[in-house]
Design a protein around this ligand. Structure first.
Ligand code: SF4
Length: 241
């Protein structure tokens, strides 16, 4: 009799499937990449705040002009609120985002000499910066610091949420709980960038309404595969983009 472990299937425990799914998606998307355009940690922080409820493409359309006009936190604090609202209007939720950008910029100047702190507790203490934004920025700017940071985790956006449900990695819909569930399943070395390849898979293959299961590199490990006649564990929930 062979001592080989049984092959993994979509019915295998999530603890066994998760590292393999993570590795396959990383290989497929070559580790993934932040699709927002940025050249400094501050620009990435601004772009990530703006990207809420918008698309990276839309943000990349407006940031060249924005970054040329606003060179650093002092410019966001100094500008008239309505002028900044006009400058970011196209990204949606522009009033709330204006408050976040100005509050975040003021806090950077007051507490960190205008620099973006590379520590999770400092990042999430900034106005308008939740764990998703902080994980994205720290993971992209300083992956080693992210790995060593006891408060860092995994960025959970709408794609990570949907795919985590479809993979059966979580039953939660609260991003904080989903993040905790993923942290139990994925190797810590993966945390800084784990969400990047999941997000690309969500954008290119595992669409919210029409997942392309026949083209999916983790189809054999997915308990929501429509190809295999499974029920979609994300429930085709309305509004899950
Ligand atoms: S098999 Fe289908 S539902 Fe599962 S991850 Fe792939 S595309 Fe998404």
């Amino acid at each position: 009799m062979s001592d080989d472990p049984p092959p993994l299937t979509r019915r295998s425990p999530k603890t066994k499937r998760a590292p393999v799914i993570d590795a396959r998606l990383r290989e497929t998307y070559q580790g993934g990449v932040v699709e927002l355009d940025w050249t400094t940690p501050f620009e990435l922080l601004v772009a990530t705040i703006l990207s809420a409820q918008s698309t990276d493409r839309k943000i990349n359309e407006i940031t060249p002009r924005l970054f040329a006009k606003y060179r650093g936190p002092a410019d966001y604090v100094a500008v008239d609120e309505e002028e900044l609202q006009r400058d970011i209007y196209q990204t949606g939720f522009f009033r709330q985002k204006t408050r976040s950008l100005r509050g975040m910029s003021a806090a950077l100047l007051e507490r960190h000499g205008g620099e973006v702190p590379l520590r999770m507790t400092d990042l999430i203490a900034l106005p308008g910066v939740a764990r998703k934004t902080a994980n994205v920025v720290l993971g992209a700017v300083a992956p080693d610091a992210h790995r060593d940071d006891p408060d860092a985790g995994i960025a959970v956006d709408t794609h990570v949420k949907r795919l985590s449900l479809r993979f059966g990695f979580t039953r939660a819909t609260d991003p904080v709980v989903i993040e905790r569930d993923l942290m139990r399943l994925l190797p810590k070395a993966s945390w800084p960038t784990a969400s990047l390849s999941i997000i690309l898979h969500g954008r290119r293959v595992c669409d919210a309404l029409r997942p392309r299961c026949a083209d999916c590199v983790v189809e054999d490990l997915c308990p929501s595969s429509l190809l295999a006649g499974c029920r979609d564990r994300a429930g085709q929930a309305k509004g899950m983009g």
